[in-house]
Design a protein around this ligand. Sequence first.
Ligand code: SAM
Ligand code: SF4
Length: 370
Amino acid sequence: MAPLPVPLRTPLLPHIVTKTVPFNQNGSSLVDNFSRTISYLRLSVTDRCNLRCLYCMPDESGDNACRRKNSPILSHVDLLSYEELLRIVRVAVRLGMNKIRLTGGEPLVRRGILDFIAYLMKIDGLDEVRLTTNGVLLHDYAQSLYNSGIRQLNISLDSLKREKFARITGRDYFEKVWQGIRAARDLGFRIKINIVAMRGINDDEFGDFVNLALNEPFQVRFIEFMPVGEKSSWQLDQFIRAEEIQASVSDLGSFEPIQRLRVDGPARVFHLRAKDGRQGYVGFISPISHHFCDQCNRLRLTAEGKLRSCLLNDSERDIKALLRRGATDEELMKMIRDTVLDKPKGHRLQGQLEDGAALQCPGQMSRIGG
Ligand code: SAM
Ligand code: SF4
């Protein structure tokens, strides 16, 4: 593994990386009250970020915390340490979880992230570790991430135009991100490009993004703009339903639906054949207009150590407090199971949208991890 830019402050404790044998090799033992098997854990490893996306944590004038580099909102002690994260993952894997996504904030701004990933990769029973990133640091990290064993990246990119990218993200880093995407592509990562679709902001570029999917080996996925976070700039008139996005690009070729696998998550993915013979994959994620709650297989762990069973429901359990009180593995498992049993059947944003009610889910996206 390439040397770390910054060493871990505390060496990782050896007992944390002891190989564990999951007691359920055939699938997760975590089944909720609606017969959904929970096998996927999203870890928000930091709430800090080197961008200021207007839909997530926009720059706020007068707010020094947000203007400081990488916006340290949670103090170091409030964050789950890597040792604590590894312990929770190990216990979750013993319960049958087999897939982890690292997210944030921006996961690559957390110091020691590569070392953490290396330890994560040693956990028996964990089949896959994936990463969601804004790509700003990808050029520097791509090779090390590849060496660590990560093979799939979700990269957020809301505009292919430098100036607009800067307007959406608050930072003039388009070239850096693009360089990172190219480096990752050249290394052979499977890449999904995620676009938050916003009317009047980037809807003029949907065709360009579809062309990106036709010209490059990337799956391009349009995500409905969600009203998550008090700081988000969400407005009803900027929201575009997935059907409308799809209709706006339908003349670019024929869209043949790909059969969804449970592991695919909430995207409806299409094999696109353009009239000129080019092919590619395009997805539409419609958490609001056409949610897939009935197939949801995930739990989330927020940056400050709260277990959360639904992105759009603010009920959480404080696993960090339990851990820091000296909990046994069995107590941690119980909290994970209880969170699974709390998982709501679905969210109600679609109904609220139809009723014309003001939508708002106050949880901060950067601490929840999307
Ligand atoms: N910083 C990384 C990134 O941007 O890819 C990871 C964290 S970000 C919170 C995870 C995902 O959530 C990104 O794809 C981002 O576009 C998406 N996201 C954030 N706020 C959103 C919103 N209000 N509506 C829809 N997607 C959102
Ligand atoms: Fe940062 Fe990702 Fe939120 Fe944008 S969406 S501000 S890149 S955490």
